[in-house]
Structures are given as C-alpha cells and as structure tokens.
Design a protein around this ligand. Sequence first.
Ligand code: FE2
Length: 201
Amino acid sequence: MAICLCCSCQSQTKDFEQKINVGGPCEGCKALFEYGDQTLKSIDTLPDFAVNDSKLKIVGRVYQKDGRTPAKDVIIYIYQTDNKGIYPKKGDEQGWAKRHGYIRGWVKTGADGKYTFYTFRPASYPNTRIPQHIHATIKEPDKNAYYIADYRFDDDPYLSTENNNIANPRGGSGIMTPRTENGIQIVERDIILGKNIPNYE
Ligand SMILES: [Fe+2]
C-alpha cells in the first residue's frame, strides 16, 4: 500500500485462517469486520458528510476477475482523513478505529455489483505533499479480506505517477476524475476482484 501510516500490514490473524489466503499480509484489514450489528447495504453515508462543504459521492461497480460479471455480496470498507488531513478520533474508539479514526464506512454489493459512498474530500496529511486518498479493503464471501489501491483524485496537485499503486493498482485503478453536479463532486471507480492481487486464482 502506498500510504501506510495507518494501516499496519504485518501478519495474518485468526480471522483469515479458515479462508483462502490472497493479497498477502494485511493486519489492518481486520478493520473491515468492525461494522458491528449494521446490516450492510450497497449505499453508505460516512460520518460528517452533512457538515462538510466538499461533499463527495463515490459510485462504482464491483466485477469478478473477468472484468464483466457483477460481483455480489462483496463488502467494501473505506476510511479517510478529514478536511484537515488527519484521521479524527472522538476518544472512545475501539479496535482499529483508534488508528483509522471515525470517518469510515461499509457497503455490501447486491446482485448488480453497484456501490455508493457519500462522503467528502479528504485532505492531504498536514504539511505534506502526500496526495489525498481514501483507503479501501475488500471482502469477498469466500476469501480473506485484502486491501486495494487507494482512491485518489486526478485533480489533486499532489497526485504523482511516482506514487505506488499506479502501475499495477490492486483491484484496478483508484484514480478518479471528479465532476460536479448540484454542488456535489461525483467520482466513479469500478473494482475488479483479484486484479493485481497476489495468490489470486
Ligand atoms: Fe492514509
């Protein structure tokens, strides 16, 4: 993962032992399982969406490895910085929220593979030229969770081809082109399961 200040990728854990092991180690991927008693849907609105001016709608579709067949029952977990570039905490976080903060969300695809997140533009880490990014982890029904390339923005002045995850992006490219409709930026990213993922059949 290109930017891993907050995603410790060190070792497999019990959560994954009974599953097919793809994507290599990713301890931080355990955060994907922290949705509690929520019934996941294909649309989620992240915390603080309402109070941020730079609203962002992420839409896309998840496909099987063939790039054509919609993939259902796939969980996508994302987390991001706030408009100051930090992963904000409220102080009562449990588990991986202590690292990832509370600006995070989950969706689960239906039969059409579509998903939508309502969120806002993250800021670069303070006093850095690290591009704005949103971290993402995927969970297919029969596999362990694995991370995919960060979501990024092609209008970000700090986006650079020197960044990792550009040449062979996991799950397909995460670089998105914003367009504005009714005062909200809309970006689209399709995800191809297994693309550039080690050990994937
Ligand atoms: Fe990050």
